[in-house]
Write a protein that binds this ligand. Structure first.
Ligand code: FES
Length: 108
């Protein structure tokens, strides 16, 4: 896969319904496997700068463990208060047994 995509994990390292925290150039991301499709977002809650990787998945949403806001992994939109700002999502693909993300710019 060509730049700006970066290989971040083997596909078999993220089971369906699970996610993994990855770091690219000192920035942390969450990469989730939703029924065999991979999605990436920043590892940071927009509410109080808390790592989303401390939370859990709820369908196609990631839930912050500090105050419970959930964010769509597809769009980054907040689904619950107290968060009222979206998180950044990133383009994500799987190829050659790897999950690749494009950290060069948010997709949303
Ligand atoms: S820090 Fe995530 S909901 Fe408050």
């Amino acid at each position: 896969m060509d730049k700006p995509y970066v290989a971040v994990a083997r596909t078999d390292a993220i089971a369906p319904g699970k996610f993994l925290k990855v770091v690219v150039e000192d920035r942390a991301y969450v990469v989730a496997n939703l029924d065999g499709r991979y999605y990436a977002c920043e590892d940071n809650c927009s509410h109080e700068d808390y790592p989303l990787s401390y939370g859990c998945l709820d369908g196609d949403r990631i839930k912050c463990s500090l105050h419970g806001s959930r964010f769509s992994l597809l769009t980054g939109a907040p689904m619950d208060e107290p968060a009222d700002s979206p998180i950044h999502t990133y383009r994500c693909r799987d190829a050659d047994g790897w999950v690749w993300i494009d950290p060069s710019a948010p997709a949303n």
